[in-house]
Structure formats: C-alpha cells, structure tokens
Ligand binder design. Structure first.
Ligand SMILES: Cc1cc2nc3c(=O)[nH]c(=O)nc-3n(C[C@H](O)[C@H](O)[C@H](O)COP(=O)(O)O)c2cc1C
Length: 336
C-alpha cells in the first residue's frame, strides 16, 4: 500500500510532500480518533527494552533530528511507534534556511540529499510547543533536543548561540545534542575539531552540572577522519558527556552516482551504512560502557539494525529509511 502512496508522493517536490505529511500528522494527533488512525497505519511494534542515559526506551529505534525541526508532530511520531524523538535542529532565532529546491531524492539508492540549512521557527516557538507537549499528559517517550547556531551568527559568537538554546529549552528536553556536523551551515563542521569543541561544550557542561545534569551528547559527521572520530570520542570521555550521535549526513558524492553533480547538501540513507558501522566501532573503543552511542545513517533493514547494535550502538535513529519504508517503518525495522 505504501509503495503506491510513495509513487504518488514522489511525483511532487520532496519538501512540499514533507510539509503536507507534517500538516496531516498534526491534524491527526489532535484527537484520540486521529491518534488511533496513526497507530493503525503503524501496525504493532514489538517491545525490546533499552536502558540508556537514565531513561527507559521501549525499543532502540527513534526518529533522527531534522524530521520534526519545529516540534510539530511529536505525538504522531510516538503513535507511529518510535521509542524516542529528537527534535530540531533548533536555532536561537527563526531563519528561512537555504534557497529551494533543497531536498533531492535518489530512490535507486534509498538516499536523499538535503541542503536545508536549518530552516525553522527558532527556540521561542519550539519552547512553547515543548511546554504544551509536557503539559498535555500524553507524552510517554523521551524527547531529545538538537541545538545549533543561526546561519548569520559569526563563528566567534557560535558558543553564545548554543548556550542560548540550551538555557532556553533546558527544562523541556530529556537529552540534548550539540550539532556541529550539518554540512549546510558554513563553518559549522569546523567546530568538531577538539580544540574548538572543548570550549564550545565547557560552558554548557558548567551550566548543566549546576542544574539537573541532563544527558548532553555531541553529533558528528561521518566525513571526519578516523583519528578525528577517536579524538572526539576521547574528548567525550574526558568531559564525561552522556554520549555521541554518529552521524550526520555526508558530503561524499561517490556513494550515489546520480548525486555527483549536486554541489551542495548532505547525503543520507542506505549508502551511509558501512561508514556508520565504522563510526560506531571507533567510538565504542573510546567511550566507557556507560556512555551512549546513538547510531544514525542508513539503518534501513532489520539486519542492519541488529548489526549496528552488535557493533556497540545503544540506540538507533532513522530519517531517510522512514521516508522509503513509510508508516510501518518501526515494525519493519524491529522485525528480524
Ligand atoms: C531532510 C533532512 C534534514 C535533516 N536535518 C537535520 C537537522 O536539522 N539536524 C541534524 O542534526 N541532522 C539532520 N539531518 C540528519 C539526520 O538526523 C541523520 O543524521 C542523517 O540523515 C542520517 O540518517 P538516515 O540515513 O537515517 O537519514 C537531516 C537529514 C535529512 C534527510
């Protein structure tokens, strides 16, 4: 059934379809009847409990950052069976992102390229929606908040952007992810260098330890050299971070021949998987057993999901595989 919907969806621009789907999910999640329609679409999801970052997860599979940038459809994603949702990337101020078109599909490879550049309504709108979620009494799953900087904030003021979003949303997130790895904001990925990352993280850690000590993670790019992945892992250990999200989209183009001509954007989906395995292996060897690895990047089949857990990931996220698998995504990926 979804195969047919997908054909129709794929006739239209990817971002317009995304907007239509978000709008429909927003409508459905408002009523009990709508939420049961979503549950019917998703089918039953098995329980495979995971304890991580001090939370109980019904199973290891969550939705990756970027799908619900502005905290619009968390209930719907919960009813679709995801065990956790990472909202964002959230920036201090609203911003339009890069010019359109900025999402391209490559169905032959189950991949996407996006050059969105964090379009979003900003932290104040996100805060109001998160507050409503928390007050609604319907939320049963952990919600992570992925934080970033505005495109027009100069590099030397980036720390203050991260700090603003962290402070503003602190009470409303279960865990936080410092995103220094999206390829669509100029200079962002340079902050993965440990010499830059440490001073970026330190004020957040200081603020955090004076309060609730919420799990704080950093999200890295798959394009880092292995030594740099190790270095981030060692820094995460030194700073006693809750863990690492590995990873973001890649700037590699050789993975999908038809994408070779696209000059901007990050590639996601099935072709990323071999590198995701490597990232998780490297990080597992650097982190302590109590630190969490959230794997993302091409986890598109139950076999891949089991494999990445066996390599040492504690939790797993999907975005692109959800687009290709549809509302049964959780059921399909958890079945082995
Ligand atoms: C359209 C799109 C938008 C994304 N936006 C964000 C974002 O705002 N912040 C972020 O950290 N990652 C973002 N990502 C990256 C995903 O969270 C994920 O790390 C990446 O897509 C690899 O996972 P996948 O193969 O399951 O898609 C985005 C991905 C896509 C496809």
């Amino acid at each position: 059934m979804y195969a047919l919907f997908r054909k129709i969806f794929f006739l239209r621009d990817a971002e317009s379809v995304h907007e239509t789907v978000l709008h429909r999910l927003e409508q459905l999640q408002r009523s009990a009847a709508g939420r049961s329609v979503i549950r019917m679409m998703a089918g039953s999801t098995p329980s495979q409990p995971v304890e991580a970052m001090g939370f109980h997860f019904a199973h290891p599979l969550g939705i990756a950052a970027g799908f619900d940038k502005d905290v619009r459809v968390v209930f719907a994603l919960q009813e679709l069976g995801f065990a956790f949702v990472e909202v964002g990337t959230i920036t201090p101020r609203p911003q339009p992102g890069n010019p359109r078109p900025r999402i391209w599909r490559f169905p032959e490879a189950e991949a996407l390229v996006n050059a969105l550049g964090f379009p979003g309504e900003g932290m104040e709108a996100a805060g109001r929606r998160l507050q409503a979620l928390r007050e609604g009494g319907l939320l049963r799953i952990p919600v992570g908040i992925n934080i970033g900087k505005n495109a027009d904030t100069p590099a030397d003021e980036a720390i203050s952007d991260y700090r603003k979003v962290f402070d503003h949303l602190y009470e409303l997130g279960d865990y936080f992810v410092v995103n220094v790895s999206s390829p669509n904001t100029a200079g962002l990925r340079d902050m993965q260098a440990v010499g830059v990352l440490k001073p970026l993280l330190s004020p957040l850690i200081e603020y955090n330890s004076a309060r609730a000590n919420k799990p704080l993670l950093v999200k890295i790019a798959p394009d880092l050299a292995d030594e740099d992945v190790s270095a981030v892992g060692r820094l995460a250990r030194e700073l006693n971070l809750a863990g690492v999200v590995a990873g973001n989209t890649t700037i590699r183009r050789d993975l999908v021949p038809r994408a070779a001509t696209l000059e901007r954007g990050g590639l996601s989906g099935a072709p990323q998987f071999p590198r995701t395995v490597e990232l998780v292996r490297i990080l597992r060897s650097e982190l302590t057993a109590s630190q969490t690895i959230i794997a993302a990047g091409g986890i598109s089949s139950p076999e891949r999901l089991q494999r990445i857990l066996a390599c040492g990931a504690n939790l797993v996220q999907v975005y692109t595989p959800f687009i290709y698998l549809g509302p049964h995504c959780v059921k399909k990926l958890l079945k082995i």
